[in-house]
Design a protein around this ligand. Structure first.
Ligand code: P6P
Length: 332
């Protein structure tokens, strides 16, 4: 086996930095990694078994539920339900949190998007799982308030991208680290230690320009600037948040999904605060980037409801700052 560190060894080494840590947190992270392995196996054979296509059901978002969505959600819930340090979990796919009342020694709760970008499943485009871990407000008792926390209260967050390879990218507060799944071993191996947004060399921007006419003037001016700059940016948009984010983390760039006036029902943009923006914003902060809703840092937003939506500008700090200068300029 090559010299790359296995995920469990890396986490145990990290754990030594936290004298209070007793291994519970390590086991929870490994549970999430296990879920990622199981989902990866199904995603990578979706074309071969009758798991493609829609279930005919709708989720809380009113979106068609793909079979892999359901499988991914139930996989994560089942694994967490067997970990008695977890008091409950919440998901994009479930209207309300699930509480594990029997876990009277619970210390954590988990919020996740089981399979983001699922509309890309049938066309074989990369998709991903996104997760956040919070310490319970009161040990042994998980309530609704545990799920309405500012992103800066996260203990850890990360994503698993199911692409040309399956990668787990994780932050536990100190740095961001990437682990690539070796399917022959069934192990995540450290492949990208200490990930940081690179100095802006390649200048990627990721946005659905099809919404241009529904944006506010400041956003339109910003995108016009990106295209008319003396050294224009390069547009890269996969339409799968985890994949677009991951590319920008590796190469540098900005992803944004502005508030748009296309759909009156989603006045706050399309993406969700608790299980998309917050986890990726903690990764971003710890990788030297910046993440805002156009005015305020995402991690400082006090949520009002679990499935709350938010405009999102995330990536290389100088790019996000420039975007904000256009968005908040008075020029009409
Ligand atoms: P649009 C996928 O459905 C998703 O939630 C994100 O993964 C992605 O960034 C966004 O929606 C794409 O939305 O409106 O550009 O298709």
């Amino acid at each position: 086996m090559n010299g790359n560190l296995q995920l469990q060894h890396f986490i145990l080494n990290e754990q030594k930095k936290f004298p209070y840590a007793k291994g519970d947190f390590t086991l929870l992270l490994l549970d999430i990694a296990l879920a990622g392995k199981i989902i990866s196996r199904e995603v990578n054979k979706a074309g071969l078994v009758e798991i493609l296509g829609l279930t005919g059901k709708e989720n809380i978002q009113g979106e068609q539920v793909q079979k892999l969505d359901e499988f991914s959600n139930s996989t994560i819930v089942n694994i967490l339900s067997r970990n008695d340090t977890v008091g409950g979990c919440a998901s994009e796919e479930m209207a309300d949190p699930v509480y594990f009342h029997k876990h009277t020694n619970a210390k954590y709760c988990v919020i996740f998007d089981p399979l983001d970008g699922s509309s890309n499943i049938d066309v074989n485009v990369s998709i991903g799982t996104i997760f956040s871990i919070y310490k319970l407000l009161n040990d042994g008792e998980c309530t609704e308030n545990d799920f309405l926390r500012k992103g800066k209260e996260q203990l850890a967050s990360g994503y698993i991208v199911y692409g040309s390879s399956t990668m787990l990218v994780l932050t536990t507060g100190e740095g961001v680290h990437g682990f690539t799944l070796d399917p022959s071993l069934g192990e995540f191996l450290l492949s990208h230690p200490n990930m940081k947004f690179p100095e802006p060399s390649k200048r990627y921007y990721s946005v659905n320009e099809g919404n241009y006419k529904y944006w506010d003037k400041g956003v339109q001016r910003y995108v016009d600037h990106l295209k008319n700059d003396e050294k224009p940016f390069t547009l890269r948009y996969i339409g799968s948040l985890v994949s677009d984010f991951h590319r920008n983390l590796i190469y540098g760039g900005i992803f944004f999904y502005p508030l748009d006036h296309k759909n009156k029902e989603k006045p706050k943009g399309k993406l969700r605060l608790m299980y998309e923006a917050n986890p990726l914003s903690l990764i971003t902060k710890n990788a030297g980037g910046l993440s805002t809703d156009g005015k305020n840092e995402i991690l400082d937003i006090k949520p009002e409801e679990l499935h709350q939506r938010v405009p999102l500008y995330i990536g290389t700090k100088s790019f996000v700052e420039e975007a904000m200068s256009f968005i908040n300029s008075e020029e009409k």
